[in-house]
Design a protein around this ligand. Structure first.
Ligand code: HEM
Length: 417
């Protein structure tokens, strides 16, 4: 870390945080530097990083630490730059969805999506997720080795979100390829894939709208996109652009995150065989095991990008209007002020709250779905292959880039009992 000073005080030139098995010492170093740390990231953007639990709660509830596109643009201009580049592929480049609006727009949009995200719809998915998980496990039984991402976590994440939204089966491969390049920082096809995905979503919405006009009620169709289209058309409650943008957000936010979580849980259970044995002996520990994975190694490191819409003070640090603020979720979840022995993976830990799904008005809308998928997938896999082990050194597990924290592949020997 190179530290320099300017008129606003100290600034750290921060290289990309390592995508490795254990990047957490780097987070500890940042937390050790103070509750709010001013950094310059590798593309030259200046950001105030928040790495401690108490200040994060303050920041995530602060009315002047905003997510609105206009505030992010203002902050970018304040740094003499332009374009959407400082945002994230999930929220920063498309206007008018939950992740880049503030109340009151955010409140209106969220209340609509929540209406479509009913417990009933989730319950309807449960049986399909169980079936899918079992069929993938059966398929793996035919071999001695597998890749727990490609053969298990990924198909679960992508199929579930596509089922929920109503993406037809024949389109899923295309969707997956584009989503992958959108989510890979620096991917040469990132812009092209973003455009392709947006066109695809617009067409999908048109097709679903036609089906609705032809008489199928959204309830009969049971998919979330149809429910949103019905909300759009019956009460003019959201604009067509908002509908497209929201659908895009749900598709993107709803799959890689869960894949990452399933992979991280399986990896840490394999690396901690005593913990895995506890789960094998007492399957009811699965809920706790997933919460502990979310705390210990959740799959969203950096989505919480924001900008100040006025001068604010957090943890004694003044942050001027028009500054970028980023809350580093993995650092909060290992804050020793909040968690005893935070670097220990302990599936019996009693966790009152963690930050893996964020906090405040933007708290993850898909948390119930993510939990349903992860509990089903990890619980059943551990019972089916209680002795599976990594087929490479833990430090050789390849990790995705910085948008999602998750293994790119998890080669294992299944060691079927
Ligand atoms: C928001 C994490 C799964 C949809 C968020 C945020 C986090 C997060 C940290 C807050 C971002 C911020 O404050 O800036 C995760 C993790 C997941 C997961 C760790 C899986 C393990 C899902 C799924 C869906 C989803 C499955 C959809 C089906 C959303 C949406 C928002 C959101 C729509 C925006 C909510 C708002 O701004 O009001 N998620 N997520 N997420 N997530 Fe998730």
């Amino acid at each position: 870390m190179k530290i320099s000073t300017d008129s606003r005080g100290e600034i750290i030139d921060l290289p990309p945080l390592p995508s490795t098995l254990n990047p957490f010492p780097e987070y500890d170093k940042l937390r050790g530097k103070g509750p709010v740390v001013r950094i310059r990231n590798p593309v030259g953007t200046e950001i105030y990083l928040i790495t401690r639990w108490a200040e994060a709660v303050e920041a995530l509830g602060h009315p002047h630490i905003a997510k609105g596109f206009e505030h992010l643009q203002y902050a970018l201009k304040a740094q003499g730059r332009s374009g959407p580049g400082a945002g994230t592929p999930i929220g920063g480049t498309v206007a008018g969805n939950l992740l880049n609006t503030d109340p009151p727009d955010h409140t209106r949009l969220r209340s609509l999506v929540i209406l479509a995200f009913t417990p009933r719809r989730l319950e309807q998915l449960r049986a399909s997720v169980e079936q899918l998980v079992d069929s993938l496990i059966d398929r793996m039984r035919t071999g001695a080795e597998a890749d727990l991402i490609a053969d298990f976590a990924y198909p679960i994440g992508i199929t579930t979100i596509c089922m929920m939204l109503g993406v037809p089966e024949e389109d899923r491969l295309h969707f997956r390829q584009q989503a992958e390049s959108v989510m890979t920082p620096g991917h040469p096809d990132q812009e092209k894939s973003l455009a392709l995905l947006q066109t695809y979503i617009a067409k999908l919405i048109d097709a679903k709208r036609e089906a609705l006009v032809e008489g199928a009620s959204p309830d009969e169709q049971t998919d979330l996109l149809s429910a949103l289209i019905a909300a759009r058309d019956s009460s003019n409650a959201l604009t067509t652009d908002e509908l497209r943008s929201m659908s895009y957000l749900l598709l993107i936010a709803g799959h890689e995150t869960t894949v990452g979580l399933i992979g991280n849980a399986l990896l840490h259970l394999m690396l901690n065989p005593d913990q895995r044995q506890l789960l094998v002996d007492d399957p009811s520990l699965i809920k706790n095991a997933i919460e502990e994975t979310l705390r210990y190694d959740g799959s969203v490191p950096y989505t919480t990008f924001r900008a100040t819409s006025a001068d604010v003070t957090i943890g004694g640090t003044e942050i001027p209007h028009g500054s970028f603020v980023q809350i580093v979720l993995p650092a909060l979840n290992r804050d020793p002020e909040r968690f005893d022995d935070p670097n220990r993976f302990d599936i019996r830990r009693q966790i009152r709250q963690h930050m893996a799904f964020g906090h405040g008005v933007h708290f993850c809308l898909g948390s119930h779905l993510a939990r349903l998928e992860a509990q089903t997938a990890v619980g059943r896999l551990v019972q089916a292959f209680p002795k599976a082990e990594l087929n490479c050194k833990p430090e050789d597990v390849p990790w995705l880039g910085t948008v999602i924290r998750g293994a790119r592949s998890l080669p294992v020997r299944l060691n079927e009992p």
